[in-house]
Design a protein around this ligand. Sequence first.
Ligand code: NAP
Length: 465
Amino acid sequence: MAIATVDPNTGNTIRTFQPHTDAQLEEKLARAVVGARLQRELPIAERAKRMARAAEILHVRREELGRLMTLEMGKLKNAALAEVDKCALGCRYYADHGAAFMADEPVKTDAARSMIRYQPLGVVLAVMPWNFPLWQVFRFAAPGLVAGNAAVLKHASNVPQCALAIEDVFRAAGFPDGAFQTLLIEGSRASKLLDDPRIAAATLTGSEGAGRSIGEAAGRNIKKVVLELGGSDPFIVMPSADLEKAAKVGVEARVQNAGQSCIAAKRFIVHERIYDDYAQRMARRMSELHVGDPNDESTEVGPLSSKQVLDDLDDQVKRMVAKGSKVLAGGKRLDRPGFFFQPTLLTDAGPGTPGRDEEIFGPVATLFKVRDAGEALQLANATKFGLGSAAWTRDAAEVRRFTDELQAGQVFINGMVKSDPRLPFGGIKASGHGRELSAIGMREFVNWKTVWIGEGGEQAFSGTE
Ligand code: NAP
């Protein structure tokens, strides 16, 4: 894929970038090793101070960074500004709590003193997607840099300007030279980087295919890897739910970011007693959404990020209709320049259809009718994915059952799945492994070093707890 900015609102290529040569890549890796050493030598309080500065810089450059996201992948203007704010929140969270998460943890044993120490691993390769071009990177980089690692970012090829701007934010925040660098390289060159001994670990957010490629390379080299992959999240609606709210939030959960979110609600599993009512409410809302220019504040659904994503979505919808799905709303691409698709509601998705078995990355929802909570759970879990899940009910027994039995990295009751720096984020099954965010995410890329000190050595740590 060419490294280029293509405006999804018009389809016009705005700027292309030459990929880094092997010599440039070599120079950046050498610099990353120095960056990792400088990072490790800084006290964590200093790294935290720089992360707090990164939050301030994001605040100052909010409009400019927001505009870049809109230009490169079509994010709605207000959503782009909110994304910059969320990144600043993430930076502040780890600036405030990072030191506590990395503090030595004394453990009572037969030793004079024993503890767990958390120490940085070195240079971490981050391979990231375009759908949240800033947040995906910050949610790894904020804890990673405060923990004392260095990072090299291979961002998606359609968001090079966002990638370079992020490097600039961390440089301006005062992180050491080489602590965070953007590599302009193609996906095919990313996995090979894991063969290089200077790369200690990798994190990838992206598709299953890219996850397999990075996961295999990490396995071959026995290196730590976190994989945040795709999802086909269920959104269960039971009779006791507030139907109007469940329809409003359900549509939002499906069409936010033009439906290009790993944790978007994708399969709407609705109890038969309320199915017709819920389907009507959703169809009405989907049809009323204003699709258009992401720079226009009245727009509710912007373009898809690329022609490829639009073509893939169009193909999925056509295959569903060919296999008997009914269209309750939308169903077609828009006849205008740029990469637009109508918000779409489909029913009757049988086994083997994209609505049931694939991830649909666009504003297309599929409705399923079930008889009871048991059937809802069975259908919800009948997927290779296990990222997010939501259930709408006010019945206490059902709340308990769904939180216990939904096979997913996260379960939201009467709400929409979203990430929050305070809570771990990630999936199971083909949605990946490992976690981001919270203390757990910060500890993914550190050595949990067990320290056991016998009699005579304990003074080394006296007064440190
Ligand atoms: P993608 O095609 O897998 O791309 C993600 C990143 O991987 C890009 O930087 C891409 O580079 C790179 N890449 C592609 N093929 C690769 C390979 N063989 N080896 C190494 N790197 C490779 O995914 P996408 O289309 O950008 O993003 C959408 C997917 O990401 C969806 O499946 C979505 O669910 C998932 N996602 C998951 C999460 C989560 O937290 N679980 C969050 C957001 C998105 P190029 O751009 O140069 O190809």
